[in-house]
Design a protein around this ligand. Sequence first.
Ligand SMILES: [Zn+2]
Length: 262
Amino acid sequence: MECRLCEGNNLKLHYTQGNNDEYKFYLCADCGLVNYDLSGGLNQEKYAEVYNDPFDIESKINKAQKISFDYFSKYARNSGSFLEIGCGNGYLLSLAQNSGHDVQGLELSGFLAKSVKETLGINVKVDNFLSDNDLFDKKFDFVILRHVLEHLPDSVFALNKINNLLMPGGIALLEFPNINAFKFKTQRLKQKIGLSKKKYKKNFVPGHCNEFSRKSFKYLIEKTGFEILNRQSYSYKPVNNLIYSIFPLGNKTRVVIRKPLY
Ligand SMILES: [Zn+2]
């Protein structure tokens, strides 16, 4: 097997999942990417269409979207054209619209796209952002991709697509899990020394293709010609978030990147 990020052959088994250790994850010693061996199968249907009311601001999903927007808005101060890939119920787009951005959504789900149009009046195109077609006849100042990157086998292709959607100087927010989070490191250590064995559901199949660390994400960003403006691990719990913004040990990472002007 070859590393899906740097194409190197320096892969070592890092950890397994499944009750019989049948799902294998390999760490690339060169770029740091954790590559799931896709021959084990992939289940991404568990993330499919779930409707959440965009007006219920107390719901977990909407609170998470507000946290993402508040963080990103420090980098998206001037209003501009704003695209969210995988916009779900559209709540984040409605926040962006309220602060003056000209917003557009992109969704795999026709059902969700229609609901955003009906409830919020926001346009959502139904398509896969990885499709070969040019999706829009314009470029965007801002692009958001939350918790999608880890599900895509070819992250270089995905970042090149984002590059193509952005204007020169355009800014994107990416959110994804932190494979070096304190929680995941501890779990792997416990598993390694036989202290604990996680029980998986009978029909469990992994949904993540690639897991990123600071090192592998930096490699991806440099390979695709972006620059990093800010990067931090984060939590939805305020106290944890304060700690994780200083020490990169949180379960989730968020990164603001910029496409160069020239
Ligand atoms: Zn690699």
